[in-house]
Design a protein around this ligand. Sequence first.
Ligand code: AMP
Length: 121
Amino acid sequence: MIDIYKYDDNNVFAKILRNQIPCKKVYEDKICLAFEDINPKAPVHVLVIPKIKACSFNDFIDKSDENSIALFFKSIRKITKLLNLEKGYRLICNVGNDGGQEVPHLHFHILGKKRLSGLIP
Ligand code: AMP
């Protein structure tokens, strides 16, 4: 069983960042990489991950300075523009076991191009 609270260099997103596993890249800059979710829950389902080793949102916030945090969120906004989500979208970040996080590398889900109902898609 994976420890979601500890960074594991062999997690699937770390391997994607090292180009050891392919992904359908949507966007990349010096802060983050965005790619399509392998199991999409909406017509647009993109994952945005920071390039630093952060196992969760908590870890990312705790170890980053304010400028890096701001740049990461600016990149997410840039990606939502690229994806033409003018009618809106949902941003999800699962944190830890209770949050349903499965991969121990911070990721934000961007879901769109569908009228999402309820809190959980
Ligand atoms: P979470 O439950 O928030 O940790 O979400 C993990 C997400 O990663 C799920 O939506 C998976 O479908 C997605 N995922 C797992 N492996 C890959 C992969 N190799 N490429 C793209 N998405 C993936």
